[in-house]
Design a protein around this ligand. Structure first.
Ligand code: A2P
Length: 408
């Protein structure tokens, strides 16, 4: 190792593009907004990153666990990181001349093994999840056994219920977990498509009970975030799948957004669009156990443009009223005022307050990013109307693993 003043060198945090599944967890977690992404890679801005490690624990794959010693004057730029298909090797480590224990090496090791911030623990009674059983290098193969359009023919969105069967391959999932799909082929730059993540929509014992299969809820993407017409690679690949075709699957992922299992536990579910997938999984798990009379409540707030755009509308409406308290918010139903889930949370303030106070009630949010702040504001309003302090309650909900958020 070269003996050089360590002050000239620093540790740079990097994300491995070969392992990253582009789930956005790191970017959403980073308290200083050092992480950003383009259409392909997630990258860390050396100038902003404080090496606080908040992003480390929530990363489902470990792609985040990468550091390189760099010259302070020449860290890897964002442009360089955006262009990578794999991380560059660590060059020769530079060590302070007067230091017995190489400071940079020690720092690299400490950073690599630290990092418990950021993640919300699962409910204490959640089952143990399996995670990362199949990697991009060694994916599982599943066969398509179902591909059903969920939204009405008049609906603007083509949302599908896709069933994948794993045959004799073990692919255990819990409600709330996600899996990744590797679309075949290469992108415009001749590189393999990156992983697309989808929430599992079926309960742990299979879409069909005691079958080794899972269901996914996938919306065909036909425009980008700016509204320009473009076909999403992953969703169009999935929505066009025919029965009998095979799919390369990685994961499962997620060890936090898991449902409680203890008798008497309640679940408040708030979702829009395909954010309904984990809610369907949790609801179906509870429905299959209804005869056990384990107690607890289910309360659902579900937002969609119109009735025919709402995935699982038919089966949902057949569930007994005393099993699940359903609140549907339609934003574009002709002749009706535009309603969002947060409006209904306010309208049901009394019951929401009761569940917010109940330590056995766990709250799950999944869907549009924009909904997140609206829902949290609605909780704040419900709290102030009913003598609760949201600023105190919110961190308490997180430490008690009672508030789980997955928005995109
Ligand atoms: P909107 O009619 O304003 O788009 P999508 O169909 O795009 O997946 O959206 C699902 C539902 O979420 C729609 O009813 C949509 O209403 C609604 N929505 C959009 N933005 C927000 C927001 N900030 N908070 C809550 N709901 C929202």
């Amino acid at each position: 190792m070269a003996a050089t003043a360590s002050a000239e060198y620093a540790v740079q945090h990097l994300i491995d593009p070969e392992i990253c599944i582009r789930c956005n967890t790191c970017e959403a977690t980073c308290p200083v907004k050092a992480i950003t992404h383009d259409a392909r890679n997630y990258v860390v801005d050396f100038k902003i990153c404080k090496l606080c490690n908040d992003c480390i624990a929530p990363c489902p794959t470990g792609a985040i666990d990468n550091w390189r010693q760099v010259a302070k004057s020449a860290p890897f730029t964002l442009e360089e990181q955006f262009s990578w298909d794999s991380l560059p090797p660590q060059g020769e480590l530079q060590v302070a001349a007067d230091s017995e224990v190489p400071a940079q090496v020690r720092e690299l090791t400490e950073i690599a093994t630290a990092g418990q911030g950021g993640a919300v623990a699962p409910p204490w009674s959640a089952s143990h999840p399996y995670a990362n059983l199949y990697s991009i290098a060694q994916p599982a193969t599943a066969t398509v056994t179902g591909n059903l359009r969920l939204t009405g023919e008049q609906a603007s969105a083509d949302v599908r219920h896709i069933v994948l069967d794993f045959g004799n391959t073990a692919f255990p999932v819990l409600e709330g977990q996600t899996l990744g799909v590797l679309p075949p082929g290469l992108d415009g730059n001749g590189r393999p498509h990156f992983v697309r993540l989808y929430s599992v929509a079926s309960p742990r014992d299979g879409e069909r009970p005691h079958y080794n299969n899972v269901a996914l809820t996938i919306k065909r993407v036909t425009e980008n975030h700016e509204g320009t017409a473009t076909l999403g690679v992953g969703s169009n690949y999935m929505c066009d799948l025919k029965i009998g075709e095979t799919v390369r699957v990685v994961g499962p992922y997620g060890t936090s957004f898991l449902m409680p299992n203890h008798p008497g536990s309640s679940i408040m579910m708030i979702c829009t669009g395909t954010g309904s997938a984990p809610m369907r999984a949790m609801t179906e798990r509870r429905r299959r156990r209804m005869a056990l009379k384990e107690g607890g409540e289910l309360m659902l707030f579900f937002g969609a443009r119109r009735r025919e755009e709402l995935p699982y509308f038919g089966p949902l409406m057949k569930l007994p009223k005393d099993f699940i308290d359903i609140n549907l918010a339609f934003s574009r139903e002709p002749g009706q005022p535009k309603t969002y889930v947060q409006d209904l949370i306010r309208a049901r303030g009394r019951d929401v307050e009761r569940l917010l106070r109940d330590d056995n009630c766990y709250i799950y949010l999944c869907g549009l990013k924009g909904m997140e702040s609206g829902v949290l504001e609605a909780f704040r309003d419900v709290c102030s109307e009913h003598g609760l302090d949201w600023d105190r309650l919110k961190p308490e909900l997180r430490t008690k693993s009672r508030l789980h958020i997955e928005t995109y």
